[in-house]
Design a protein around this ligand. Structure first.
Ligand SMILES: Cc1cc2nc3c(=O)[nH]c(=O)nc-3n(C[C@H](O)[C@H](O)[C@H](O)COP(=O)(O)O)c2cc1C
Length: 325
């Protein structure tokens, strides 16, 4: 399980950084993988409002850190934690630029009507703090968080917010912060922690295992955690596969092929399903194994891809039924 933190303060070792680190430490202790994006250190060009993404589903700007790094992480995350100090009653400009660039993801959902397979289980949480004690101090960030989490297919599960936190060091002196964080992280992660883990393996992790993983996430991601990898991972996922899955309404954009080792480093699988590459898959003690003998659609026309997609969907439905029965 990946918990992704978005650290929105430009201040090094400031209050937000302390709060998010405390949050991630507890998540790690509970068994999650964690990753923090220091947003102010990233190259993120603000949205130009050109509406290119509304027609095409991706941003016209391909040159900053959004495409290679940030969109894929937002798509991979099981949990997204947005953390920001209050700047003029909202998040910092740096975090807001990242959020605005999620208009491309918003467009995929609301204009192209595609569903992110993680929609039924991805969870969002807000951490925020500000110097003053005004009653409405967090109204702006709550609204921004609500619409951001909706765009990135996460349910907005809650927040921790602190008033009268002004100077570096104020947050760590707060009398209840560590207890608050512990309780919040436990509540946030507990529905996702006990999920059975299934590893799908194929050659390139560009078509078959990606489709199988996405169908499982789509149908039962709240009960089953998907790992997937390839024995010879490709550089990019296959665009014909993305098109074939879009015909089913499933959004595969921004996924990346991984190696089997990389996939397993995310957790020991309970079930391993190899799709056409049985002999190359490593032995994992105690894991149940299945082999799905399905042809490699790489380089084949879209009709071939559709047949493999439909066969995989059928097998995934049977698998999900057998695991939940
Ligand atoms: C540009 C700017 C705008 C701010 N606006 C507000 C504000 O509207 N309300 C408030 O309570 N604090 C405001 N603050 C104070 C910060 O929220 C506060 O200092 C916070 O502790 C900084 O967190 P950090 O250490 O994580 O950067 C502002 C600070 C800056 C630099």
């Amino acid at each position: 399980m990946l918990v992704l933190g978005l650290q929105g303060s430009p201040r090094k070792k400031g209050n937000t950084s302390f709060l998010l680190s405390a949050f991630m430490d507890v998540a790690k202790k509970l068994g999650a993988r964690t990753h923090v994006i220091e947003v102010a250190k990233k190259n993120i060009t603000p949205c130009m409002g050109c509406a290119f993404c509304e027609k095409n589903g991706y941003c016209v700007n391909q040159d900053d850190d959004m495409k290679p790094e940030i969109y894929p992480l937002l798509r991979e995350a099981d949990v997204i934690v947005a953390a920001s100090p209050i700047y003029f009653y909202n998040v910092t400009a740096q975090l807001k630029a990242l959020i605005d660039r999620c208009q491309a993801i918003w467009s995929r959902k609301y204009k192209l009507e595609l569903t992110d397979p993680a929609r039924n289980y991805r969870r969002g949480f807000l951490l925020s703090l500000g110097a003053t004690k005004g009653q409405n101090l967090f109204e702006g960030v709550h609204l921004t968080a609500q619409y951001f989490f909706d765009a990135v297919a996460a349910t907005y599960e809650g927040s921790l917010t602190y008033r009268r936190i002004e100077y570096p060091g104020n947050m760590e002196k707060h009398p209840t912060v560590l207890e608050d964080v512990k309780e919040a992280v436990k509540g946030l992660l507990s529905p996702l922690l006990g999920r059975k883990k299934i590893l799908f393996v194929c050659r390139e992790n560009a078509c078959r295992s990606q489709m199988a993983g996405a169908f499982v996430q789509h149908l039962a991601g709240d009960k089953i955690e998907v790992l997937c990898g390839g024995s010879e991972p490709a550089v990019e996922i296959n665009p014909v596969m993305v098109e074939a899955m879009a015909e089913k309404g499933v959004d595969m954009a921004f996924r990346k092929p991984r190696s089997i080792e990389d996939a397993i480093s995310a957790g020991q699988p309970d079930v391993i399903i190899t799709i056409g590459c049985e002999e190359e898959c490593p032995f994992v003690p105690g894991a149940e194994r299945q082999d799905w003998d399905l042809p490699d659609p790489a380089g084949k026309p879209i009709d071939f891809m559709r047949n493999v997609r439909d066969e995989i969907e059928m097998r995934v439905k049977e698998l999900v039924n057998s695991l939940s029965g």
